[in-house]
Ligand binder design. Structure first.
Ligand SMILES: [Zn+2]
Length: 238
């Protein structure tokens, strides 16, 4: 299958579904990682274009660990709004990847960029095969299936599906560690982080907690997109 993970910021994909991507890559799936924004506010000291360049490099390195193509749509971090341009950019990106499955944020999360990324993916699903919606890339032959990955710290998230990532946990950890520039930033801006622990600690706890729920050492959790988001009578599982 072609698997597309779409996150709002560089580091979301690795934290929330890196293990699943590693597992899919190991079985031969083709992986794509896309971030809507370039993370250009993720530093207290560097200019926006400099930190954006660093973060895109970090995300590309993390994607390379699972042989994935990395795509950045280059919207501004935390100043990301939907308009025609945003919608067309998303459609073109998904058509480029021709995914069977898309993994993206839960519609309800702690951050507006996360929620908008999820919303646009949900909104464009039915448009992907329609030829009259013109983009550089050709229309998708079918609509992909969407799964939502974990919310920040798992709050308000009741999974429908789990993926055992025990054998791929090290790869996930290495993917998250690629985001070197975010260690200090996360420690400075979010309660519960220290520079020593970095944001690895949160990821480890969540993976163990989801593992406990399904009887393995480490797991990632997902919610299958269903009619709770929007009435869609013709969605089929691959
Ligand atoms: Zn994020």
């Amino acid at each position: 299958m072609n698997i597309l993970a779409v996150g709002a910021h560089p580091d979301d994909i690795e934290i929330f579904c890196g293990g699943t991507l590693a597992k899919c890559a190991a079985r031969g799936d083709k992986i794509f990682c896309c971030t809507a924004t370039n993370g250009n506010i993720g530093s207290a000291t560097l200019p926006k274009d400099e930190i954006a360049a660093i973060r895109k490099k970090e995300a590309a390195k993390a994607a390379s660990l699972v042989g994935a193509e990395y795509i950045c749509l280059d919207f501004d971090d935390e100043l990301f709004y939907e308009d025609v341009n945003a919608r067309i950019k998303f459609i073109n990106m998904v058509r480029h990847c021709q995914p069977d499955v898309i993994l993206t944020h839960n519609p309800h999360d702690y951050n507006p960029d996360h929620e908008l990324t999820s919303k646009i993916i949900n909104d464009i699903e039915v448009m992907l095969p329609i030829a009259k919606i013109e983009t550089e890339e050709p229309p998708c032959p079918k609509m992909p299936v969407i799964y939502y990955f974990e919310t920040e710290k798992g709050l308000g998230f009741i999974p429908t599906d789990y993926v055992d990532i025990t054998d791929h946990f090290e790869t996930k950890k290495q993917m998250v560690l690629c985001h070197e520039s975010q260690k200090q930033w996360m420690a400075d801006n979010y309660a519960g982080f220290s520079v020593d622990d970095t944001f690895i600690e949160d990821m480890v706890i969540t993976s163990q907690y989801r593992g406990m729920q399904c009887g393995v050492k480490y797991a990632e959790a997902f919610i299958r997109c269903n009619d709770a988001y929007r009435v869609t009578p013709y969605r089929m599982l691959p």
